[in-house]
Structures are given as C-alpha cells and as structure tokens.
Write a protein that binds this ligand. Structure first.
Ligand code: NAD
Length: 239
C-alpha cells in the first residue's frame, strides 16, 4: 500500500458488509490509514478484521435495524457500502429476486440516505460496490445483475443530488475477487477457468486490491471525482 500514513486520521468510516470478504479488506485498509472504523455485517464475521475496529451487527435491508445502527453513529466522514448477496440459480423466483434487490440496491440507498446529513456536515464521501454485472447480464443471477446495474445508476444520481452538500459519491466495480461469495466459483474448475482466462492479469483479485482503490476514492487525491464507476478487474472488462 502506498498511501500516506494517517491519511484518514480523525475520520470516522462506516463500512457495511465488512465482517468478511471485500468489506473486511476495506475496513482494515481504512483503519491502517488512521480512520476510526465501524464495520457492519449480519454476524460478527470470520475474524479477519483488525483489532480496534468496532463491529455492529445490523441488517441493512431492515429499516428498524438500520435506525438502530445510526443511533450508534455520532459523526461520519466515509461511507462504504459493501453489503451484498447473490443467490445463484434461485433469482428467477420473484421472492428471491426481491430479497437480492432489497439488500444490494435498496440497502445501499437506505444507508446513503441515512448518512446524508452526517456526511454533509463533514463534506464526506460515499463509495458503493458495483460489479462486472453492472455492465453485463447474468443468466443465473437476474436479481444480482439488476441490483448492480441499479447501484451504478444510483451512484450517478446521488453524485448529482449530493454535490450541493459537498458529498462525493463514487463506486468501484470489482472483477472476480477471491472471497466467500465467489468460493463456489473458485472451487469449480469449469467455472473458474473462463474467468481466469479472460482476466488479462491472470489471477483472482484480492479484497486488498479493491480496498486500495476505495481508499483512493475516499482520499483528497480524488477530490474532483464524483459519479464514477471505477473497474477494479485485472482488465476483465476490456478483454
Ligand atoms: P461476502 O459474501 O464475502 O461478504 C458479504 C458481507 O455482507 C458479509 O459481511 C455479510 O455479513 C454482509 N451482509 C450481507 N447481507 C447483509 C445485510 N442484509 N445487512 C448487513 N450486512 C450484510 O461478499 P464479498 O465478495 O466480500 O462482496 C462484497 C460486495 O462486493 C458485495 O456487494 C458484492 O456484490 C460485491 N462484489 C463482489 C465481487 C467478488 O468477486 N467477490 C465482485 C463484484 C462485486
């Protein structure tokens, strides 16, 4: 990592979906750069968070649970919306489709909306989690693809709406990252081979690969960037 030490010192970062996977990587990265970090997940997670990071168990698809979360937030400089689910093969069922949308898209909107006043006070930043499926369709995951297309459009819309409050809103679009969410794909040679052969950099990404780009978007170096969907994909999108 090549950022100035204490880049985010004095800042409070709220990272959802942070008890494992990409979100945990982001939380650890921001904490290593001096931020006070609150990590949100459905459970206490897999132990991959650095000591000193506060964990709050909350369901961002639930209004009351989110309200309870924000009762524990006094100030906020950085919001990173990483919470997300995928239900491969089941998302043609409308109830499953709706659940995926409720977490990935409506949950992201709920957190942005709940954070707006706090971020206005700090001239803060939001980073959302888009995907390759913000750009492509997914035959087995219509809900996930619709939600991530939605996250990209939501990011652009909130960038416009929140600019008057001095809040920047961007997204990263990770390629194929080795986390529990993609474990079934990593474990299946038939599905992992085409992913790897189309990724010019020739490997699965890591949560740290994504976290560095999130940190950049949160940093003063990105002060003139808003409404951007930044691919972090080892070149997958252009191959
Ligand atoms: P993961 O399954 O490893 O972790 C998901 C995290 O979200 C967990 O901490 C879980 O507790 C939390 N979560 C799920 N539902 C929640 C809810 N309702 N309320 C609060 N927290 C909830 O997933 P990951 O691979 O780290 O993915 C993180 C984000 O990145 C997701 O939005 C995912 O869509 C996106 N993404 C992942 C990849 C990839 O290849 N792994 C690629 C592109 C985008």
């Amino acid at each position: 990592m090549t950022f100035q030490e204490n880049l985010f010192s004095g800042k409070h970062a709220l990272v959802t979906g942070a008890t494992q996977g990409i979100g945990a990587g982001v939380a650890n990265c921001l904490a290593s750069l001096g931020a006070r970090v609150t990590a949100v997940g459905l459970d206490a997670g897999d132990g991959s968070l650095a000591p000193g990071i506060r964990v709050v168990v909350a369901d961002i698809s639930d209004e009351a649970s989110t309200r309870n979360l924000f009762e524990q937030i006094d100030s906020l400089d950085i919001l990173v919306n990483c919470a997300g689910i995928i239900r491969r093969g089941a998302e043609h069922r409308v109830d499953v489709f709706e659940k995926v949308l409720a977490v990935n898209l409506t949950g992201t909107m709920r957190l942005c909306s709940a954070s707006r006043a706090l971020l206005k006070a700090s001239h803060g930043v939001i980073v959302n989690m888009a995907s390759m499926l913000s750009f492509f369709g997914g035959a087995r995951v219509p809900g996930y693809a619709a939600s991530k297309g939605g996250v990209a459009q939501l990011t652009k819309s909130l960038a416009l709406a929140y600019a008057e409050d001095g809040i920047r809103v961007n997204a990263v679009a990770p390629g194929w990252i080795a986390t529990p969410l993609t474990q079934p794909l990593q474990d299946d040679p038939v599905r992992s081979e085409p992913i790897l052969s189309r990724t010019p950099l020739g490997r699965w990404g890591t949560p740290e690969d994504v976290a560095g780009c999130v940190a950049f978007l949160c940093a003063p170096a990105a002060a003139f960037m808003t409404g951007v969907i930044l691919p972090v994909d080892g070149g997958y999108l252009v191959a």
